[in-house]
Write a new protein. Structure first.
Length: 393
């Protein structure tokens, strides 16, 4: 089929005129209308793959109160305004029409959504916003950290934009127009200064790409803290802790700890927030020795709390420098009667259902936590893992 003539265009860049192609292959003289989808001014790419488009439909592109949009839009996201006023009355239906997706190419038969706005004033542009499913675009956060001298971390919060190997034709057509790209984290959009929107300008985004964009960077002091989950673990766990240097609040951030360009460890995803420090598990420390013991005594004269559990936890620093140690023990609760604790040294912190004692240990130094509690029950399954246990089962 040979086409001559010009195109009926629904676009932002040029006025739209009702023009035709003439089918000369069959000498029928049939007029064929070719449409063009609106060119969004900006794209909001959400982390779950949802893409929201902002576009303007020129007044002369609304024919008999009707214009076209991609067929795969999410209807519950479609909003139409005119002169800043929302238009709530409209109808939609799907169909197939010839659409010119990119200039200089032949039009394709494309399934589209026709939107009819009976109350639209003629000749005045329409502002539309709509979400697209299966756009072929998605993004996520990476937290890249590099260890520097004097216990500092250089940190960069990076967006990783991914495009599928085969993008939908409508997505490729829109991206070729270089619209403004805004990354949206899907949360905190109404809360100021939380980094929920990132304006990237008008970058080139093509199919089958992985694009990295730096969103924030900062330097922060760090320290190593050795935490002992004393009832569950035999060794202390090393954590890297540092104040968060970013304004952004985000979930499911993938952190990487790098040194001299080499990846040292790929860590589990985490949430970041300006009011919470980084706290990364980086491995076990076998050079801080631990010991656990418990003695359980029975007191029949106390019908409500007949058992006293006397516990002792000790750590000895065999690292050749001073270390920060935290000993964490869970709180034991009674079923009918409240457990009563007796401390030699009270915990430094009691977050939730745990008790934490903190120490700065020089090389060769030892820290001892000992306390007792009166309880309803005699046995604790964790005691079987202790170095010494007396008076249990």
């Amino acid at each position: 089929m040979k086409y001559i003539g010009i195109v009926l265009i629904f676009a932002l860049a040029a006025p739209c005129m009702a023009q035709t192609f003439v089918d000369t292959s069959a000498d029928t003289g049939e007029e064929i209308i070719v449409y063009r989808l609106p060119d969004p001014e900006r794209l909001y790419i959400y982390r779950d793959g949802m893409v929201v488009y902002d576009a303007v439909i020129p007044g002369n592109a609304v024919i008999n109160g009707t214009f076209i949009l991609p067929e795969n839009i999410q209807l519950d996201t479609l909003t139409v305004s005119q002169s800043g006023k929302r238009l709530y009355t409209f109808s939609t239906e799907t169909g197939e029409v010839l659409v010119l997706l990119r200039r200089g190419e032949r039009p394709d038969l494309v399934r589209i959504l026709q939107v009819h706005i009976p109350e639209a004033a003629p000749g005045i542009p329409l502002e539309v916003r709509y979400g697209i499913r299966n756009s072929g675009l998605s993004w996520n956060f990476i937290l890249d950290m590099e260890i520097k001298e004097q216990n500092y971390l250089d940190c960069a919060l990076v967006a990783v934009i991914r495009t599928e190997r085969e993008l939908p034709g409508t997505t490729k057509s829109i991206l070729s127009k270089r619209p403004e790209i805004i990354l949206a984290s899907s949360q905190n959009i109404l809360i100021e200064n939380t980094g929920s929107m990132f304006d990237l300008g008008t970058p080139v985004i093509e199919a089958n790409r992985r694009i990295l964009v730096k969103l924030e960077e900062g330097r922060t002091p760090y320290r190593l803290v050795y935490l002992w989950d004393a009832n569950r673990r035999e060794r202390l766990s090393a954590y890297l802790r540092a104040p968060t240097p970013f304004k952004t609040m985000a979930e499911r951030v993938q952190p990487y700890l790098n040194s001299s360009g080499m990846s040292m460890a790929s860590l589990s995803s985490l949430s970041i927030s300006p009011d919470r420090p980084f706290d990364f598990y980086i491995g076990e420390q076998p050079n801080i020795l631990t010991r656990r013991s418990v003695v359980t005594a029975e007191h029949p004269e106390r019908p409500d709390l007949p058992f006293t559990h006397s516990l002792e936890y000790s750590v000895t620093n065999q690292v050749d420098k001073q270390v920060s140690v935290e000993i964490s023990v869970p709180v034991t609760y009674g079923t009918k009667h409240r457990t009563e604790y007796h401390f030699t040294k009270t915990p430094d912190e009691r977050p939730g259902d745990r008790m934490i004692w903190k120490y700065e240990l020089a090389p060769g130094a030892e820290a001892v936590v000992d306390f007792s509690f009166d309880a309803e029950t005699k046995d604790n399954p964790f005691y079987s893992q202790f170095d010494y246990s007396e008076g249990g089962r």
